[in-house]
Design a protein around this ligand. Structure first.
Ligand code: SDX
Length: 432
């Protein structure tokens, strides 16, 4: 009979794994909100067994103090502060500080952060040359990957981005300081418009909007500031885990962030916000019949998915989606805009949330479902949506990288279960 494995809670902080006649005790880690994690780091040495969890749906990669998500309750907190509080009261600069330093800044700390961001707000001249050299059809996220990696060439003295505190901070603030310009330059390059020089004295978000559109209306600054907060971090999502994994080889910070940006590009991750708008536009062009698209999403033979719906962790209405949905109405009212796409989105959401397929699978709108409608209302083109996500997520990626290095975590190198050929002899070419 195959080995039977029983997990029994034998002591408060250990579980027992019985494999055949062997009993192994494994430590249990308990999180702030009593989440439990079985520490299997000694499992293979003690049993010869590894675990298998494709996609890491049940496996923790680290212990983190940055962000807490309770998917069942629909809770999201950064360093203990609920996202609903931060999105309504904090500025994006305050949230950048919070993610990097474990608490909200006081006046002096916020001023110092702003000064560092201003100090490094101007990209090197070569950045525009690189952008101009890229093919016109390069996707904005492809351009961002190139620019982020190129920073390792502009700042060779920051290749070891960790061991020296001053260099570590310089690498972090050079990224955070010039990211608004990198995003705006990509927009101007794709639109065939002249670049607008940074004016960091305007403030982080106002400077970004000024580089994008040559102006920064206060109501749009406020709307974008909130959107960036809602994208700032999300614990061990695909792109943050990529930054931690790539960073665990001790490569420079620019390369690790560029890798995270590549992960975010995927349509199942950050790329979904662009796909949501394209899906809503297709539904509109198709007469606005949401039921046809609900049916397509449910049809296993159809690769179509309801973009902006579903989440690996949230099995309840996502807190960010709630805030963004409210904000969409507010921004459109503020801009005196009436976007039929919003009505289609709301109709699609209502239909899906009443449909057994989505209810049974606990599929709710995620952060990407409504964000694109606001970006578009702010004048940002659809193909720039995921780069906007990267602008918001950058502080989270850096905070996750910083924590991984602070923890002294080893290089990431998972095991596998091999299911290929067993040993066999080489066959000479003329005998095959
Ligand atoms: C982000 O991880 C994060 O935190 C990410 C993020 C962040 O801030 O960093 O929150 C940002 O990436 C949000 C997600 C954006 N992606 C999308 O909107 C793309 C559409 N959604 C999915 O493809 C999907 O829901 C995922 C990728 C988000 C989650 O996929 P999982 O957890 O791997 O779930 P799954 O693919 O195993 O789906 C479970 C079931 C399956 O059906 P059954 O096989 O059980 O019959 O739900 C179905 C899926 O087919 N399903 C969907 C669906 N999402 C899941 N069916 C139709 N439409 C969908 N959108």
């Amino acid at each position: 009979m195959a080995n039977t494995i029983e997990l029994q809670e034998s002591e408060s902080e250990k579980v027992e794994v019985k494999i055949g006649d062997k009993t192994i005790k494994l430590p249990v880690h308990t999180g702030t909100y009593q989440e439990k994690g079985i520490d299997i780091s000694k499992l293979r040495a003690q049993s010869g067994y590894i675990t298998l969890d494709v996609g890491f749906k049940n496996t923790g990669s680290t212990q983190s103090t940055i962000t807490f998500i309770d998917g069942e309750q629909g809770i999201l907190q950064h360093r203990g502060y609920p996202i609903e509080e931060l999105a309504g009261k904090a500025s994006f600069e305050e949230v950048i500080y919070l993610l990097l330093h474990d608490d909200l800044p006081n006046e002096a700390q916020l001023s110092e952060l702003k000064a560092r961001l201003e100090q490094y707000a101007r990209p090197e001249a070569g950045v525009r040359d690189i952008l101009n050299a890229l093919p016109d059809d390069t996707h904005p996220m492809g351009m961002m990957c190139v620019l982020l990696s190129s920073l390792s060439g502009f700042y060779p003295h920051l290749m070891d981005s960790w061991s020296d505190q001053a260099k570590r901070e310089e690498a972090m603030y050079r990224l955070l300081g010039q990211m608004p310009a990198l995003v705006a330059y990509i927009y101007r390059r794709k639109a065939g418009l002249p670049y607008i020089d940074p004016r960091p004295e305007l403030g982080y978000v106002a400077n970004f909007l000024n580089m994008m559109f040559g102006e920064a209306k206060e109501e749009i600054v406020e709307a974008l500031d909130t959107l960036l907060i809602l994208h700032a971090d999300h614990e061990q999502n695909c792109s943050a885990s990529t930054v931690r994994f790539v960073g665990s080889s001790h490569v420079n910070l620019f390369a690790a962030i560029s890798a995270g940006n590549a992960a975010l590009w995927g349509p199942l991750h950050g790329g979904a916000n662009q796909k949501v708008l394209e899906m809503l536009e297709a539904i509109k062009a198709d007469g606005g019949d949401t039921s046809k698209y609900i049916a397509k999403a449910k049809d296993k033979s159809d690769p179509f998915r309801l973009m902006g719906f579903g989440h690996r962790v949230y099995k309840n209405y996502a807190p960010r989606a709630k805030v963004i949905k409210k904000y969409t109405d507010k921004v459109l009212d503020m801009l005196n805009m009436d976007d039929p796409i919003l009505d289609i989105a709301k109709g699609l959401e209502q239909a899906a949330l009443q449909d057994e397929y989505f209810v049974a699978r606990k599929l709710f709108p995620n952060v990407d479902f409504y964000s694109g409608i606001i970006y578009r209302a702010l004048g940002i083109p659809v193909e720039m949506f995921t780069v906007m996500f990267a602008l918001g997520r950058l502080p989270g990626w850096i905070a996750q990288w910083q924590e991984m290095r602070q923890n002294g975590e080893p290089i990431g190198r998972p095991r596998q279960i091999y299911t290929g050929h067993s040993t066999r002899k080489y066959v000479p070419l003329n005998e095959r």
